[in-house]
Write a new protein. Structure first.
Lengths: 785, 162
């Protein structure tokens, strides 16, 4: 009997290649004779392109070609589409101005690609790119999200730079509840703009085979099939059957590698046009300038409470920055992934949210780990905390009074979602205990005796994961259904190849999915190989984002494995000369009930491929099955984060001394991998709360374009994390899993700010709470004493 | 442009290559010698993905000119241990799942080795400070630090036994 591994911390199968330097990332791949591309990018935020003179670059020794946005337009390439159609309050469609592959007439953000130089070496291409002379007629720039509606118009299609004005919820009931409430807490906030910064910069290698007209694109993508669909159906780069996209090992994504970008599109187009292999790898400065950024909201919120501290209504008004163009999923992020989450874990009867999405002369903004849900959680968990302070109720107690209780499920929120299951108080209680919440005051005393300020902050989050029930997504404007596919191929010797339409770029799918399938068949994890990231190997898939891979992709594999087992029964029945219903499958063996006759899974596999005596009319040879899984609902991971900080009043430096998380992710397959996902997510949340900030100046120049200006969390900035779980299995998918990839980033920022404001005895401090801001806040506090 | 001939030892084997004056050690390792285990995360000395040793000292290969390594000893991830001969640090990274996407991992393993060579018994705070030059966006460092401390303990234990 093979040991079963569901729920066990199996070592990650993928790691051996990474720890020995044998990972194969896009930039590690080279093709004979490949040329190198370097992009010429706009130096200004907003301008008409009067002319581009590339003659000097073209005659530079070693340069193969200089291609411009004008040539892209001449070749009839389509615009890069946004996959989610939103409608404004008045029913009108969102404004979706063309997003050219390379700018031809006008540039709209610093770093926008407008030409590419292709040369024998990267160095030559880089030197020659400096020689491309662009004559700009500069226009006033609109760089700030809160000034967008008054600023210079960026797209002819979008007056006042408004992309859409969206709403959700019952405005009238919400306003009435606020008007008559015993108490209303008001809060204005900025959710700081972030730059995702996967440690592997984006890269691509395009290869064209003129003999077969086939185009192969290696690229750093979280969803190669979706990229192929967009590049063929919308951009019309090539017929779909002539384009193969391979996303090999990918060095982190966090959302930023979901999108179809200009660079890989232009590269594939150029490879075909010039009939050669071409490679491009972003320099880090290009990642800062031209990867899609995240967050960037300005919000006003009001929370109404009755005299006993029960929430009556929440009203939220947000302006969300889209950047200069609508990136692939941009429109959905501050709406369906944000407004729908504003109920959080609470029974707030009335919620109304309005979101104005605006264009600015900055890099496009799209999904970044959490995507909309961290912004929603920040609004809610900060305003709830403020209400507790204003009403002099313990913040935990106030939350407790309003939590949705286990008996309330399924729970319909006033903002469209129906939560299937959960036990929020259980994770809250467990987190409080783990964090030593009850003894906080003694630690605070002790810190005070050392001249340090301590604070503790709580945040209870919920998220909607497992994108997405296709019909629901479609009715909300999604361009594609968001099911997932999987294929389970049993090889003749009984080893198994699993193909999934999701993509792993750090999540450990090669292990988790192997555990899932191995447990179904009663075989060893080592006998299961997970294949992903190649459109040439699996027909279709929607990729990895929104913590969907196990809940949706894993469910597809579970279904496919069930089909394999079903066929196995039939083969076994034939071989054992009995009926299918008389056979049980368990521990990797098909056994005839009440007899000692049996066949192993391996024997069945072998028989399926080398049938001598086989009822081929009823039963086809082979043992390979595909399945699709379309979720019936979102999944709802939830939990509690508790942050304890210690602040040095002399320097304003915040040290996170304890960080406790208790999550409910439903069924967990590999706790070690899940814990790692939480750690990484929390690190990014702490980065947002304490360190990271993307800043543009008024002229639209990026001020934080390097690691010297954009502070990333480093090993000495972060604490050890205390992580645990509670479990209520998802009720509607076969795995019971809810998703765990984003929770850490969603729950953590408000916990940190709640802790800091408590330590300082102040109402608010904006993210990131840098030492300078904290020190100034202390000064301001002192001045008022 | 005329190329310079460089002779150097990489992972204890002799290598010769031609390079241009502006080529970095990282360029040559990755593109000339196909030693792609060393990664580029920034090219500016800020992320540590390109960590290698030069005569035993930890450096960023993106900040070293290839011509500088003439006659020196370069150590890269490929010299630390292969799948059938893992170093203790690699074993501990595996055991603790101290990696996710893996792109920062070679640099972190090289840096950890340098740390433990210099300071075989670091405190957790010392380990965090020493490794602060290596950015990892995936793990939040917790499991990396666990792996490093465990490797230090294991190596220390081995030493005592000698
Ligand atoms: S690539 Fe050398 S430090 Fe980042
Ligand atoms: S494992 Fe991905 S950056 Fe460290």
């Amino acid at each position: 009997m093979v040991e079963q591994t569901i729920g066990k911390s199996v070592q990650r199968k993928e790691d051996l290649r990474f720890i020995t330097g044998k990972g194969r990332y896009t930039d590690d791949i080279n093709l004979p004779g490949q040329a190198y591309a370097v992009f010429v990018r706009s130096a200004v935020a907003h301008a008409k392109i009067k002319s581009i003179d590339s003659s000097e670059a073209e005659s530079f020794p070693g340069v193969r070609a200089v291609l411009t946005g004008g040539q892209v337009a001449d070749d009839g390439l389509g615009s890069l589409p946004c996959g989610w159609m939103l409608h404004s309050k008045d029913g009108s469609e969102m404004k979706q101005p063309p997003h050219p592959v390379m700018a031809a007439d006008k540039v709209r953000y610093v770093g926008e690609p407008l030409a590419m130089v292709i040369a024998e070496t990267r160095k030559i291409a880089k030197d020659a790119a400096e020689l491309v002379a662009v004559d700009y007629e500069e226009l006033p720039a609109t760089a700030m999200v809160n000034q967008a509606q008054e600023g210079a118009q960026i797209h002819a299609e979008a007056p006042h730079n408004i992309c859409y004005e969206w709403e959700l919820g019952d405005q009238e009931a919400t306003e009435a509840a606020i008007a008559s409430a015993a108490h209303v807490t008001r809060y204005s906030l900025v959710n700081n703009r972030l730059i995702p910064n996967a440690m592997e910069p984006r890269a691509a290698l395009a290869d064209y085979n003129p003999g077969s007209d086939e185009l192969t694109l290696y690229t750093t993508s979280q969803n190669p099939h979706l990229a192929r669909l967009i590049l063929t159906a919308f951009v019309q780069l090539a017929p779909e059957h002539k384009l193969r996209i391979i996303a090999p090992d990918v060095g982190g994504g966090f959302g930023s590698k979901i999108f179809v970008y200009s660079e890989e599109t232009a590269l594939a187009w150029a490879a075909k046009k010039l009939g050669m292999a071409i490679k491009w790898t972003a320099e880090r400065s290009e990642s800062f300038l031209a990867d899609a950024h995240g967050r960037d909201h300005v919000t006003e919120a009001e929370l109404a409470l009755d005299g006993t501290g029960h929430f009556l209504a929440l009203r939220v008004k947000t302006t969300a920055n889209m950047g200069a163009y609508l990136s692939t999923f941009a429109s959905a992020v501050p709406t369906y992934l944000y407004g729908t989450l504003l109920a959080g874990q609470y029974k707030t009867p009335n919620i109304y949210v309005e979101v104005d999405a605006v264009f600015t002369n900055t890099a496009p903004v799209d999904a970044y780990r959490g995507a909309g849900r961290p912004e929603a959680t920040y609004v809610l968990e900060r305003i709830v905390n403020l209400a507790a302070v204003e009403l002099n109720i313990d913040p935990v107690e106030l939350r407790r009074r309003n939590l949705i209780q286990p008996g309330d499920f399924p729970y319909q929120t006033p903002v469209a979602l129906e939560y299937d299951t959960g036990d929020y108080e259980a994770s809250l209680n467990k987190a409080l205990e783990r964090a030593g919440y009850a003894d906080f005051s003694s630690r605070q005393e002790e810190a005070r005796s050392r001249g340090k300020l301590r604070g503790i902050g709580v945040s209870c989050y919920i998220e909607a994961c497992g994108l997405a029930p296709s019909r629901m997504a479609g009715s909300l404007g999604a361009g594609v259904g968001l099911w997932e596919s999987g294929e389970v191929r049993v090889n003749p010797t009984g080893s198994v190849t699993v193909l999934t339409g999701t993509h792993s770029h750090g999540q450990g799918h090669e292990t988790t999915f192997a555990q899932l399938v191995a447990s179904k068949f009663g075989i060893s994890v080592d006998d299961v190989e997970v294949v992903h990231g190649d459109t040439g190997k699996l027909d279709f898939g929607l990729g990895t984002y929104g913590s969907r891979s196990l809940a949706v992709g894993g469910s597809a594999l579970s279904k496919a494995a069930d089909k394999v087992i079903e066929k196995g029964y039939k083969i076994a029945a034939h071989l054992l000369e009995t009926e299918r219903d008389k056979i049980d499958f368990d521990d990797g063996e098909f056994r005839v009930r009440d007899s000692n006759q049996s066949k192993t899974f391996q024997e069945i596999a072998f028989a399926a491929y080398v049938p001598h005596d086989y009822p081929s009319e009823e039963l086809e040879p082979g043992l390979s099955e595909k399945a699709f899984y379309d979720p019936v609902n979102f999944t709802y991971p939830a939990g509690t984060h508790i942050c304890e900080v210690e602040i040095d009043p002399e320097t304003g430096k915040v040290e996170v001394v304890r960080f406790t998380v208790v999550d409910d992710f439903g069924t967990i397959i590999n706790p070690m991998i899940v814990e790692g996902q939480v750690h990484g997510g929390v690190a990014q949340g702490l980065g947002q709360a304490l360190l990271e900030n993307c800043v543009y100046d008024e002229a639209g120049q990026l001020q934080t374009g390097s690691y010297m200006d954009y502070a990333m969390p480093r090993a000495d900035d972060l604490p050890a994390f205390s992580v645990d779980t509670t479990v209520t299995p998802c009720t509607h998918n076969p795995v019971g899993a809810k998703g765990c990839g984003e929770a850490g980033t969603i729950g953590s920022p408000p916990a940190v700010i709640n802790a800091i404001t408590q330590a300082l005895g102040i109402r608010d401090i904006s993210m990131p709470a840098t030492p300078e801001k904290v020190w100034r806040a202390l000064g301001a506090g002192r001045a008022h004493v | 442009m005329s190329k310079t001939h460089v002779t150097t030892s990489i992972n204890a084997s002799l290598h010769e290559f031609l390079c241009e004056p502006g080529d970095t050690l990282l360029d040559v390792l990755r593109n000339e010698l196909q030693l792609t285990g060393t990664k580029e995360g920034c090219g500016t000395g800020d992320c540590g993905a390109c960590s290698v040793t030069l005569n035993g000292r930890l450096v960023c290969a993106c900040l070293v000119l290839a011509v500088e390594v003439e006659g020196m000893e370069v150590g890269t991830i490929e010299g630390i241990g292969q799948s059938d001969s893992l170093d203790v640090i690699q074993e501990k990274f595996l055991e603790h799942a101290a990696l996710q996407c893996g792109i920062c991992t070679p640099g972190l393993i090289v840096s950890t080795k340098a740390l433990l060579d210099e300071n075989p018994d670091p405190t957790e705070a010392e380990a965090r400070y020493y490794l602060a030059g290596n950015l990892c966006r995936c793990t939040g460092y917790d499991k990396i630090i666990r792996a490093v401390m465990d490797a230090a303990a294991t190596l220390g234990g081995a030493k005592e036994g000698v």
